[in-house]
Design a protein around this ligand. Structure first.
Ligand code: UN1
Length: 509
C-alpha cells in the first residue's frame, strides 16, 4: 500500500468516513497552507464508534495471538514502506523538524517489532496448588474496548504505544487524536486497517474537547468502554480520571511534566549543556519529557551558564524541513498557551540566550533564523536565571522553548528542588559518581531517570510514565504496558474427583 495522504481527514469507523463539520489543519511553519480539512466527529460519533468496537472485539480476541502479532508485523512493514511520507506529513502538520519526525516514525516501527514477537509470548503462568490433583493457571485477557485519546506533539509514535499493544492483546480501539494532527492520524489509521485488522476493531474519530468529554461520558454510561488511555495535560487527565473513577475504571494517564536536570560538581559540563539544549528546546519544548529547570551545583554554575547561553544563542531555529534545533509551535492554541506562561516571567526575571522573549518577528528578529519567521509560529528560546521554588515558572509546565536555572549546594537540597513541582515524569542527572547517581535515583520521585543523558528521548521498550501530577502511576511501553491492556484471569482446575476446599482441607506446615 502506498500512502496517499488524503486532503480530508474524516473519522473512520468500520473503514467508512463519517459526516460532520470541518475545520482546517494548517502547517504551523506556513500558516497559509492547509494540510487537511478535518471532519470532526461529535459525541454521537464517538459512541457509535465504541458500539462498533464492542461488536468487533470478541471476534478479534478469538484470533490466535501469534496471528494478531502477524497483523502488527504487517502494520510495522507498511509504516516502514511509507516512513518518509509519514515523517514529512508529521513535519507539515505539526512543524516538528524532519529528523525528529523520522525518529518518531522509527518509534512506531520499533514498537511493532517488539509486539510482533509478544504475540508468541503472551505468557500466563502455571502455579502450584496447595491441594493434590489440582492445578492453578493465570491467563491474560483483553480488557475489551479501549478509548485512546492522544495529544498531537507525537502524532503517530505516542498513539502507537497504546494502539499496538492494545490490538495485539485482542482489544478493539476507538482513537480520538488531536484535531490539529488529524491528517497524521488518518494516515496511520489507514495503514493499520490495511495491515489486516477486521472492520470495526480500530476506529479513529477527531473531535474537539467538549465533544470528546461528552462522548466518553456517554460511552462509559452505556458500558461501551472498558479502559481509557490518555496522553495530554494534567488538567484534562484529572477530569478523565474522575470520570473513569465513577465507573470503577483506572485509566492509563500520561500527563505533563516539569522535568528537572541536576548538574553535579563533577559533571562533564559540555555534555550537560548538550543535554539541556536538546531536552529544553527540542520539539520547541513541547514534549511531556521536556526539560523544565536545570539545577546546577553552585561551584560549576558560572561555567554552565556561560556555555549554555552560548549554545542557545548559536542554535539554528526555523524551517523544520531544514536541519534546525526546533521549528514552530504545534499550532495556534499551543502558541497562545505558551504566551500566557511568558507573562509569568517578563516582569520578574533576567533572561538570556536570546535577544528577545516571545514571538520571532521582523521587529523582534533572531540572528541566523532559518527561513522567514513571518510564515510560522516561531518563538525565541528563553533561559531564565535564578528561578525560585515559589515562582510559577519553577512550578508549572510551560510547554514551550523556555528553561529555568537554579543552583544548589548539597544533593539533598537538589533532590528537594527537583521534586518540589509535584510532577514526576522524567528527570536527569549529570555526574560520574555512582553514589550520587544512586542517591538521586532513590530520592527523585520520577518514573524515568536519565544519567548523563537528556530528560527527553526515552527508548520505546522501557516503562514510560510518571507519578504525581504526571500521571496515576500507569506505565506504557515494553512488556509493562501489557498490564494496561490486559487483565489477569486466574483458573483453578481440580482433577481429584472430589470437592477439595482451599484452606479447610489443606494443612501446609
Ligand atoms: C510525549 O511528549 O508525550 O521520551 C512523549 C521522549 C519521547 C516521547 C515523548 N520518546 O521524549
Amino acid at each position: 500500500m502506498t500512502l496517499v495522504h488524503p486532503p480530508l481527514a474524516a473519522a473512520m469507523i468500520h473503514g467508512v468516513e463519517t459526516e460532520g463539520p470541518t475545520v482546517a489543519s494548517t502547517n504551523p511553519a506556513r500558516l497559509d497552507e492547509v494540510v487537511a480539512e478535518v471532519r470532526l466527529g461529535d459525541a454521537g460519533t464517538l459512541v457509535a464508534a465504541a458500539r462498533v468496537a464492542r461488536g468487533a472485539q470478541r471476534g478479534w480476541a478469538e484470533v490466535p495471538a501469534p496471528v494478531r502479532g502477524g497483523v502488527i508485523g504487517n502494520f510495522g512493514r507498511l509504516v516502514e514502506e511509507n516512513a518518509e511520507a509519514l515523517a514529512r506529513l508529521v513535519t507539515r502538520e505539526i512543524g516538528k523538524p524532519l529528523a525528529e519526525a523520522r525518529g518518531e516514525v522509527q518509534e512506531i516501527i520499533d514498537t511493532c517489532r517488539f509486539f510482533l514477537g509478544e504475540g508468541r509470548r503472551l505468557y500466563g503462568e502455571t502455579v502450584p496448588s496447595e491441594m493434590p490433583d489440582k492445578q492453578l493457571f493465570t491467563f491474560r485477557e483483553p480488557v475489551g474496548v479501549m478509548m485512546v485519546i492522544t495529544a498531537g506533539n507525537f502524532p503517530v509514535a505516542v498513539p502507537s504505544w497504546y494502539l499496538v499493544p492494545a490490538l495485539l492483546c485482542g482489544n478493539a480501539v476507538v482513537w480520538k487524536p488531536a484535531e490539529y494532527a488529524a491528517a497524521c492520524a488518518r494516515a496511520l489509521t489507514e495503514l493499520a486497517q490495511h495491515a489486516g485488522l477486521p472492520p470495526g476493531v480500530l476506529s479513529m474519530v477527531p473531535a474537539d474537547g467538549a465533544a470528546t468529554a461528552a462522548g466518553l461520558a456517554q460511552a462509559l454510561d452505556a458500558g461501551l468502554v472498558d479502559k481509557v488511555g490518555f496522553t495530554g495535560s494534567t488538567e484534562v487527565g484529572r477530569e478523565i480520571g474522575a470520570l473513569c473513577g465513577r465507573h470503577l475504571q483506572t485509566p492509563c494517564l500520561e500527563l505533563g511534566g516539569k522535568n528537572p536536570m541536576v548538574v553535579a560538581p563533577d559533571a562533564d559540563i559540555d555534555l550537560a549543556v548538550e543535554g539541556a539544549l536538546f531536552g529544553g528546546f527540542g520539539t520547541a519544548g513541547q514534549r511531556c519529557t521536556s526539560l523544565g529547570t536545570v539545577i546546577v551545583h553552585e561551584s560549576v554554575y558560572a561555567g554552565f551558564r556561560r556555555r549554555f547561553a552560548a549554545a542557545v544563542e548559536n542554535a539554528a531555529i526555523g524551517d523544520p524541513t531544514r536541519p534546525v534545533l526546533y521549528g514552530p509551535m504545534l499550532d495556534a492554541k499551543f502558541a497562545a498557551g505558551y504566551e500566557r506562561h511568558l507573562g509569568l516571567i517578563r516582569d520578574h526575571h533576567t533572561t538570556f540566550g536570546s535577544t528577545a522573549v516571545g514571538r520571532i518577528t521582523a521587529a523582534a528578529p533572531r540572528r541566523g533564523f532559518v527561513g522567514d519567521p513571518a510564515e510560522g509560529l516561531y518563538y525565541h528560546p528563553v533561559v531564565v536565571d535564578g528561578v525560585r521554588p515559589d515562582d510559577a515558572l519553577f512550578l508549572e509546565e510551560t510547554f514551550g522553548p523556555i528553561v529555568g536555572l537554579a543552583t544548589y549546594r548539597d544533593l539533598d537540597a537538589a533532590i528537594e528542588l527537583a521534586n518540589a513541582p509535584g510532577y514526576g515524569l522524567s528527570s536527569a542527572i549529570y555526574t560520574n559518581d555512582p553514589a550520587t547517581v544512586f542517591r538521586f535515583r532513590r530520592g527523585i520521585s520520577a518514573g524515568m531517570v536519565s544519567v548523563n543523558n537528556s530528560t527527553s528521548g526515552a527508548e520505546a521498550h522501557l516503562p514510560f510514565g510518571g507519578n504525581g501530577r504526571s500521571g496515576n502511576g500507569s506505565r506504557q511501553s515494553g512488556r509493562w504496558v501489557l498490564d494496561q491492556v490486559t487483565r489477569w484471569q486466574s483458573v483453578n482446575w481440580d482433577y481429584s474427583g472430589r470437592l477439595q476446599k482451599a484452606q479447610l482441607d489443606t494443612a501446609v506446615p
